[in-house]
Design a protein around this ligand. Structure first.
Ligand code: BG6
Length: 531
């Protein structure tokens, strides 16, 4: 049997939505919080790119909703400006002509107790004009305090269609979805009384990133890696979401209440962990995938040690980066002078199941790292014996070293790549080892720019595909895991460990790995070779 023949007997299990298909043209998109930063920086550019790539039928209206009085024309002018800032290479007159025709603005009070009756009338009028009466997507790009009251107001205005209605409603929630286990449960419970789970789309924009989507494809589309991803071959896994920036202007108020654990680890980092550690799903379908991710979260454990042993908070202090002084966390705008909020967190966790039992997973995220780098690094075990050795010298000190252990790295940003390090022979008369990197680079391989996460996610909402969105039970499990840490830090008034801005985090986080003879990676953009 040829390889083609054998491929054809493998059962083909995908759902239609897994194939890129344009959404129906019978849809409208409402963005609540249309005056905000997210709308200008991410959402409108993402919708624009969908139009440019011909995923968005011309009649689909985009209706901005916010408190401020504004005409359609004023809204269009604002959005034109943000497109010119946020779409690389700018936009053409013809593109703007088509795009501006789909932009509308409706002023509405969004506060608790708001009456959406007038909003409904205006929206229906626009939809009638555009000839759409099918799916209504409502993106809540608002303060999370308004999530529940907005949905309640939708209910009062009869804007939540029942299951049997030909109209469909999909409500998209930005994070944070709750502040801890209880608040997230309460929110889920209250929303659950008004919306069905299939109407709720909880965004985690990391799931919209190309390399992140590629994790499952890489694992399940190749036969050679999956058999190695388990406790027999893997020494440990490191997941890093490192940002070089400090607290961006205008975000201090939010960040000082959230901190690195709530802001990024509870959602983006744990989602990455799920994708790398989950079992392959039986089908490529939203619930089959989310069932497997859920099992990873349920198996998360910490080996019973005290929280202070495996969860290390950090806070950056003032330093010079590239010759320029940068303020410490406590001196950032709208941060309390005595804040105990962590701008960094590192954790050692385990996944107690047959595949991963005993393999440490080291997680870290935070602000003011030396570089903006996100990656998952799988560090394989050392070869069982050192048949070959090589001499390595640092200054006058030389020593024999054996082969390095292999690593497989999913580089999520800045340059998306998959990197595999292997040992090879250095050319010459002796058996000298040399570690080389085999790489696959997305932009190099496919050319052009990769789609922005929000493009993919918005398209999926229009298609009704919730694969890349977090289900309520996943969310609850993630909060269940992190809430005891937050409670411990709060109740014990734990002060985060200081680290100088522009470094890899506090020394105590190094000890997490050093205790077992391991080290954090120090990834850099130049790990991705230039060809
Ligand atoms: C957001 C966090 O969810 O993710 C921000 O709220 C963080 O604090 C951002 O900066 C990081 O996303 P990205 O895509 O830039 O890595």
């Amino acid at each position: 049997m040829s390889s083609q023949d054998s491929a054809s007997v493998v059962p083909l299990r995908f759902q239609a939505s897994a194939i890129a298909s344009p959404p129906s043209n019978d849809a409208s998109i409402l963005i609540f919080g249309a005056s905000g930063d997210l709308t200008a920086r991410k959402l409108i550019p993402a919708v624009f790119m969908l139009q440019r790539k011909e995923y968005l039928p011309a009649n689909v209206p985009i209706i901005g909703v916010a408190r401020r009085e504004k005409s359609h024309e004023e809204f269009r002018a604002e959005m034109k400006e943000s497109l010119s800032k946020h779409v690389r290479g700018g936009i053409t007159d013809a593109e703007w002509e088509t795009f501006s025709r789909r932009l509308f603005y409706v002023c509405s009070n969004l506060d608790e107790g708001a009456d959406f009756g007038p909003l409904r009338k205006s929206v229906e009028e626009i939809e009638r004009q555009q000839g759409v009466a099918g799916t209504r997507v409502i993106y809540l790009a608002t303060d999370p305090k308004l999530f529940l009251s907005s949905v309640e107001a939708l209910g009062r205005a009869d804007m939540i269609p029942p299951a049997e209605s030909p109209r469909r409603l999909r409500v998209v929630f930005e994070k944070p979805f709750g502040h801890d286990l209880n608040s997230s449960r309460e929110l889920s419970h209250s929303l659950g009384r008004l919306l069905r789970e299939d109407q709720i789309y909880r965004i985690d924009h990391y799931l919209g990133k190309e390399t992140v989507q590629n994790i499952l494809l890489f694992r399940c589309g190749n036969t050679i890696f999956e058999p190695l991803l388990n406790r027999n071959h893997v020494d440990h896994v490191q997941i890093t979401v490192a940002e070089s920036q400090g607290i961006e202007a205008g975000r201090g108020g939010y960040y000082d209440k959230a901190g690195a654990l709530r802001d990024v680890l509870q959602n983006h980092v744990l989602q990455l962990l799920c994708l790398i550690a989950m079992e392959p799903p039986a089908r490529f379908e939203a619930d089959a995938i989310r069932d497997e991710k859920l099992k990873v979260l349920q198996a998360l454990s910490t080996n019973g040690s005290a929280i202070s042993e495996w969860a290390i908070p950090g806070q950056y202090t003032a330093a010079e980066i590239g010759g320029k002084p940068v303020p410490g966390y406590l001196n950032e705008e709208r941060i309390a002078a005595d804040s105990r909020r962590e701008s960094y967190v590192a954790m050692q966790v385990q996944i107690d199941n047959w595949r991963w039992g005993g393999v440490p997973f080291f997680l870290r995220t935070g602000k003011r790292f030396p570089e903006r780098i996100s990656e998952i690094a799988i560090q394989f075990k050392h070869p069982p014996m050192h048949l070959f050795q090589t001499v390595e010298c640092v200054g006058d000190m030389c020593q024999f070293v054996g082969a390095q252990s292999n690593s497989l790295v999913f580089r999520i940003q800045p340059s998306e790549a998959i990197l595999m390090s292997v040992s090879t022979k250095r050319p010459g008369m002796q058996y000298q080892l040399h570690s080389v990197t085999m790489d696959f680079q997305f932009e190099e391989a496919f050319g052009g720019e990769l789609p922005e996460a929000y493009e993919r996610l918005l398209l999926d909402v229009l298609r009704g595909d919730s694969t890349l969105f977090t289900r309520s039970d996943e969310l609850e499990e993630a909060w269940k895991f992190v809430t005891p840490v937050l409670d411990f830090w709060e109740s014990q008034s734990v002060r985060p460990e200081p680290y100088a801005a522009g470094t890899w985090g506090p020394a105590k986080a190094d000890q997490l790995l050093a205790a077992s003879g391991r080290r954090w990676r120090k990834p850099t953009a130049s790990d991705v070779p230039k060809h």
